[in-house]
Write a protein that binds this ligand. Structure first.
Ligand code: PLP
Length: 234
């Protein structure tokens, strides 16, 4: 079995190769280690190997790990899971990024509850890019209004878009979903120049990060390729 440090090395090489092939700067793509279901000790091993950004889906699990790893000062926590409105206060306090904002109500609460003394909370809007019934995210059609409104909120920095394309589609469909997200970000940036940096595409996971990078990903969210297969949820 390969160690977490080895896996970080090989995923980093995959990212480098893909950026080279796409003619992009290697530092233009960052690795988010998706650590849901992983123990604090596994995260500590990843941190020891140089990993700084961790993505969590479940609030309580994340808070427990943050407490266990409080001695590690160099870690950035990203929230990437579904958000209930009664959890926004803790999310606004404990994370530096949220990739999974898909409605204005949640964005408003995060902005109101983010301590003004902290740096603005970095936000990506999650898009249900393949219109799946089972999936969170706003529709492409809702984005214009959402960007306009979220861009006005004082304690947020609107960084870009996140999507999880339907994995059960042919490669061409997957690529076209990534490309649509990239084109959408570009046009939002033109149409809403004051809304925020809009410099971020959070897309690509263990199985498809190369394709996502070819299409413009700036964060790839990788779990299985770093930590191994997740135990089935009971
Ligand atoms: C679990 C998860 C990932 C990581 O998926 P892997 O296939 O294990 O790399 C990425 N993004 C989100 C939103 C997730 O929930």
């Amino acid at each position: 079995m390969s160690s977490i440090a080895d896996n970080i090395g090989s995923v980093t090489r995959r990212i480098q190769k893909a950026t080279l092939r796409a003619g992009r700067a290697p530092e233009s793509v960052r690795l988010l280690a998706v650590s849901k279901t992983r123990t604090a000790d596994e995260l500590r091993q990843a941190a020891a190997a140089g990993q700084t950004a961790f993505g969590e889906n479940y609030l309580q699990e994340a808070l427990d790990k943050q407490a266990a790893l409080a001695d590690l000062t160099n870690i950035d926590w990203h929230f990437i899971g579904p958000i209930q409105s009664n959890k926004t206060r803790q999310i606004a306090a404990a994370f530096s990024w949220v990739h999974s904002v898909d409605r204005l109500k949640i964005a408003r609460r995060l902005s109101e509850q983010r301590e003004p003394g902290l740096a603005p909370l970095n936000i990506c809007l999650q898009v249900n890019i393949d219109n799946e019934d089972s999936k969170a995210g706003c529709s492409l059609a809702e984005l214009d209004e959402l960007v306009e409104a979220v861009g006005e909120l004082p304690n947020l920095s609107l960084r870009g878009l996140m999507a999880i394309p339907d994995p059960d589609q042919p490669e061409s469909g997957l690529r076209s979903s990534f490309r649509t997200l990239a084109n959408t970000l570009r046009s939002l940036r033109q149409q809403h120049p004051g809304a925020g940096p809009l410099d971020t595409l959070s897309m690509g996971m263990s199985g498809d990060l190369e394709m996502a990078i070819e299409e413009g990903a700036t964060w790839v969210r990788v779990g299985t390729a770093l930590f191994g297969k997740r135990p089935a949820k009971s």
